[in-house]
Design a protein around this ligand. Structure first.
Ligand code: 8IG
Length: 269
C-alpha cells in the first residue's frame, strides 16, 4: 500500500491474524465468512467448530454494539475447508471509521484466506423477494461517501463479486436470484422517496454493510462472494414500518436454508 495509513492497517491486521492463530491453534485459514444481520443462527450448520472466541479477546478488535451481532469469531472445519467465521461485524454508523469496518477482511487476508464470503441482512427493492429470500450480490453501489483505501490507491472493481463463486452457488441452489446491493451509512432506514431513488439508480438491495468490505477485500487480493438475506421489504413497499425484531425473526426462519447453502459452498471450495 502506498501510504502510512495503509501500512498501519495491514500491520494491525497481521497482529490480529497472529493472535487468531494462537487462539484457534490453526496457523492459516482458507476462507473467511462474515455473518451479518439475521445470519447468526446459521453458524451451527457450517461444520465442526474447533475454536469459538469473543472478538474482543482478539488483539486489534473491538466488540460490535448491535443486539443480534454477537461479536464472535470461530474456526470451523467444513469438510476440509478451514473457515474463519466472524459472527457480527462493525458498522460504519458506530463511528469507528472505515478501517475498523474492514479490519476482519484485512485480518482474513493476513491469516492466509484466499476467499471471503460477505453476508448481510438487507431491505429488498423487488416486490417478488419476500422476507427470507437469499440473493447473490452481483455488484454494488457505494453510497457511503467513504472508502477503506488510503492515499492514491487505485483499485479496479470490475467483477468484484466473483462470477465463479456466484455460479458455484447457483449449482448448489438454482433458484438463487442476483442483485445490485446499495450500501448507505445508516443507522436510519430509508425514506420511501430514497427507496424510489435507489430503484431508479439500479439498486435491488439496500443495507449498511458489505460494499466497503468488498473494496478492502479486492485490494487485499481476495476472491469475494456476497450473499444478502432479504429480511424486510424496503421502506414504503409493504405499508408496514421496518423493525429490527422483524429482521432477527427473518434470520431465525431462514437459518436452515442459509446454513445449508453456506456449508455446501464451503465444502465445495
Ligand atoms: I436487515 O431496509 C436491513 N438493513 N439501509 N435498509 C437499510 N439497511 C437495512 C435494511 C433496510 N434492512
Amino acid at each position: 500500500m502506498a501510504s502510512e495509513g495503509g501500512d498501519r492497517a495491514v500491520a494491525a491486521a497481521q497482529a490480529s491474524a497472529d493472535d487468531l492463530a494462537r487462539i484457534t491453534g490453526i496457523d492459516t485459514h482458507d476462507v473467511a465468512v462474515v455473518l451479518g444481520s439475521g445470519w447468526a443462527p446459521a453458524v451451527d450448520l457450517l461444520g465442526d467448530a474447533h475454536a469459538d472466541a469473543s472478538v474482543s479477546d482478539v488483539a486489534g478488535f473491538a466488540a460490535p454494539t448491535v443486539p443480534g451481532h454477537a461479536g464472535r469469531v470461530l474456526s470451523i472445519d467444513a469438510g476440509g475447508t478451514r473457515a474463519l467465521v466472524f459472527v457480527g461485524r462493525t458498522h460504519l454508523y458506530e463511528g469507528r471509521g472505515a478501517d475498523a469496518v474492514v479490519h476482519p477482511v484485512r485480518t482474513a487476508a493476513a491469516a492466509g484466506c484466499r476467499t471471503v464470503i460477505l453476508t448481510n441482512g438487507c431491505g429488498g427493492l423487488r416486490p417478488e423477494w419476500a422476507p427470507g429470500t437469499p440473493v447473490l450480490v452481483r455488484d454494488h453501489i457505494n453510497m457511503t461517501g467513504q472508502t477503506p483505501l488510503h492515499g492514491a490507491t487505485f483499485v479496479d472493481l470490475t467483477d468484484l463479486y466473483s462470477p465463479r463463486l456466484r455460479a458455484l452457488c447457483r449449482e448448489v441452489d438454482p433458484t438463487l436470484d442476483q442483485g445490485v446491493y446499495v450500501q448507505l451509512p445508516g443507522p436510519q432506514y430509508e425514506t420511501p422517496a430514497e427507496i424510489h431513488m435507489l430503484r431508479t439508480l439500479g439498486g435491488d438491495l439496500v443495507g449498511m454493510s458489505t460494499a466497503l468490505e468488498a473494496i478492502a477485500a479486492r485490494e487485499a487480493g481476495l476472491e469475494i462472494l456476497g450473499i444478502s438475506l432479504v429480511t424486510n421489504q424496503a421502506a414504503g413497499m409493504s405499508g408496514q414500518p421496518i423493525s429490527h425484531e422483524e429482521v432477527l425473526e427473518a434470520g431465525r426462519n431462514a437459518a436452515q436454508r442459509m446454513g445449508g447453502l453456506l456449508g455446501e459452498v464451503l465444502r465445495r471450495m
